[in-house]
Design a protein around this ligand. Structure first.
Ligand code: F6P
Length: 474
C-alpha cells in the first residue's frame, strides 16, 4: 500500500520488550520526536521505516498504537560496519568537533552506502505518487539522493539531529563530496542551528561547486535546495503535566529522602557518551569538595549515565574511566551513608526522569559539543515552581535559546567550578528570574512547533523551487 508520508530514521520509535515467558513484543518508545510526528503521520496515512535494532531478516511491517512501522534488518556485519563503524566511529566524532579521533575505513563506507541504499529502496516502494518523505539524521545522509534517483516525484526533507561541522573539519572525510551530494537530493535540509546550515552551504559551494545564495543552493538541473535551522524541542506541556502529577511529586520527595535530604542536589543525566563532558563535570564537583567550597552535607551529585553504543571502543573506555573516577571521588570524599556522587548506569522511564528533575536543585549539562541537548529543556519544563538552576555548556545547541542558564565552557575547569558554586549559592529571586524566562522560551517553542515549521517549509519550498531564480547569486 502506498503512503502520502514516509518517515525514515535509523531506529523505529519502539522498544522491544521480552515478557516473562520469553515472548517479545514492541512498545512505543516515549520519545518527543514520535509524539510530534505522530499526529502528522495519522493525518497523512504515514508510515515509519527504521532499523529493528536487531539482525533478524524476516520481520514483517506491524502497527503499534495505530502507527504503521516497517522494520529493516541489518546483518551483524552491517551493525558493526554501518552503525558502530561509519555512523558512530567516523561521523559521530567528526561532527562533534573531533572530541574523539574519527576512524576512516573503506569497508565501513561501503557498508554505509549499502545500508543507505536499502533504506532508499524500501522508501521508494512505500511512497505514493508525489508523497512527502522526511529522512532523519547522520546515519542516512545518502538516502535523499538515492531516493530522488528512484523517485523524482517525491518531496524530500532531511533533518540532521547532531551538529554539522565547519569546513575545516568536514573536509578530512575521504567521502565528503558523496555526503554533500547525498544531502542535496533533499528539497529542504534542516539543521539545529543557523551556523550548521551556513557550514553546509559553504561546503557545497567550495567542494561541489554549485551556486549558492544565502540559504539556497542552485543545482544544474534547475532544482533549488534550501538549508535552514529548525532547533528541535520537547513536548513541554507533556513534561509539565507529568511533573505536576501526584506520583511524580511524591517520587521527587522520596528521592530527596533516599539521598539523606542534602541541602542541594546536583544532577546530570546523559547517554554515556564522550561528547557529554561527564568526566570533567564530576571532577569539577569533586574539586569543589576537596577545596572546601562544598561539603558532602551541602551537596550530592546524582549522575545518571544511560548505557549507549557499548560495543564501540571509545564508549567502553569512557565507562571504565568514569567508573574509576566515581570510585576514587567517593573513596576520598564520601562518608558512610553520605557519598559525594550517586552514580547510576541505567536508563529510566519518563516519570522517573521528571521526578529527578523536580528533586534536583542544580542541573548540570556540560557537553563539549551537542546538537541541541533535550535534557536541558526537559529540566526547565519540569521546574513548575520556577526555581532550580541550569548550568549549561555554551557548546550545546540549547545554549542559543536558554540564555539565562549559567553558561560554561566545559574545557575551562576553573570556570566550570565557579559556575557550579554560583548556581549552588544563587538567591531564590535570581533563580526565579532566570527560570521564568527559560520556561517561557520552552513553552513557546515546543516539539510540535518544530515539526510543524519543518513540514510547512517543506511544502512551501515546493512552490518556491519552481519560481524564477533571483538575479544576484554568490
Ligand atoms: O540524536 C543523535 C542520535 O544518534 C539519534 O539518531 C539516536 O536516536 C540517538 O542519538 C541514540 O543513539 P543510538 O541510536 O545510537 O542508540
Amino acid at each position: 500500500m502506498a503512503h502520502d508520508l514516509v518517515i525514515v530514521a535509523n531506529r523505529l520509535p519502539v522498544d522491544r520488550v521480552t515478557d516473562r515467558d520469553g515472548k517479545t513484543t514492541w512498545r512505543a518508545s516515549p520519545g518527543g520526536l514520535v509524539s510530534a510526528i505522530e499526529p502528522v503521520m495519522r493525518a497523512h496515512d504515514g508510515v515509519w521505516v527504521g532499523w529493528s535494532g536487531g539482525s533478524e531478516q524476516r520481520l514483517k511491517p506491524f502497527k503499534v498504537n495505530g502507527l504503521q512501522l516497517v522494520p529493516l534488518a541489518l546483518s551483524a556485519e552491517e551493525v558493526e560496519e554501518h552503525y558502530e563503524g561509519f555512523s558512530n566511529g567516523t561521523l559521530w566524532p567528526l561532527y562533534h568537533d573531533l572530541v574523539a579521533k574519527p576512524e576512516f575505513h573503506r569497508e565501513w563506507w561501503d557498508s554505509y552506502v549499502k545500508v543507505n541504499r536499502r533504506f532508499a529502496e524500501k522508501t521508494a516502494e512505500l511512497a505514493a505518487k508525489g508523497a512527502t518523505v522526511w529522512v532523519h539524521d547522520y546515519q542516512l545522509q545518502l538516502v535523499p539522493q538515492m531516493l530522488r534517483e528512484l523517485r523524482p516525484d517525491l518531496r524530500i526533507g532531511f533533518y540532521l539531529h547532531i551538529p554539522f561541522p565547519p569546513a575545516e573539519l568536514f573536509q578530512q572525510l575521504p567521502w565528503r563530496r558523496q555526503i554533500l551530494e547525498g544531502l542535496l537530493g533533499a528539497d529542504l535540509v534542516g539543521f539545529q542551528l543557523p551556523g550548521a546550515a551556513q557550514n553546509f552551504i559553504r561546503l557545497v559551494r567550495q567542494r561541489v561547486g554549485h551556486k549558492t545564495h544565502r540559504d539556497l543552493v542552485y543545482l544544474p538541473d534547475g532544482r533549488t535546495v534550501r538549508a535552514a535551522a529548525f532547533p528541535i524541542s520537547i513536548d513541554a506541556a507533556g513534561f509539565e503535566e507529568l511533573a505536576r502529577s501526584e506520583a511524580v511529586t511524591e517520587r521527587a520527595a522520596a528521592i530527596r529522602d533516599a539521598l539523606g535530604n542534602p541541602s542541594k542536589i546536583f544532577l546530570g543525566i546523559d547517554r554515556l557518551d564522550y561528547t557529554k563532558g561527564i568526566y570533567a563535570r564530576l571532577r569539577a564537583f569533586g574539586e569543589l569538595i576537596s577545596d572546601g567550597d562544598l561539603t558532602v552535607d551541602d551537596a550530592v551529585f546524582v549522575q545518571v549515565a544511560v548505557p549507549s553504543r557499548e560495543r564501540v571502543e571509545h564508549y567502553r573506555n569512557l565507562r571504565d574511566d568514569i567508573d574509576r573516577l566515581v570510585g576514587r571521588l567517593n573513596g576520598d570524599l564520601g562518608r558512610i551513608g553520605t557519598p559525594a556522587i550517586s552514580y547510576l548506569h541505567t536508563s529510566y522511564p519518563r516519570e522517573e526522569m521528571a521526578a529527578l528533575y523536580r528533586a534536583a536543585d542544580i542541573m548540570v549539562v556540560t557537553p563539549y559539543r551537542d546538537g541541541m541537548n533535550l535534557v536541558a529543556k526537559e529540566y526547565v519544563a519540569c521546574r513548575i515552581e520556577e526555581d532550580g538552576a541550569l548550568v549549561l555548556s555554551e557548546f550545546a545547541g540549547a545554549a542559543d535559546e536558554l540564555r539565562q542558564a549559567w553558561l560554561v565552557n566545559p574545557y575551562d575547569m576553573n570556570g566550570m567550578k565557579a559556575a557550579l558554586l554560583e548556581a549552588h549559592q544563587a538567591e531564590p529571586k535570581e533563580l526565579t528570574r532566570r527560570m521564568k524566562a527559560m520556561r517561557k522560551q520552552i513553552a513557546q517553542h515546543d516539539v510540535k512547533a518544530w515539526a510543524d515549521s519543518f513540514m510547512t517549509e517543506l511544502a512551501e519550498d515546493g512552490q518556491h523551487s519552481k519560481s524564477v531564480l533571483p538575479a544576484t547569486r554568490s
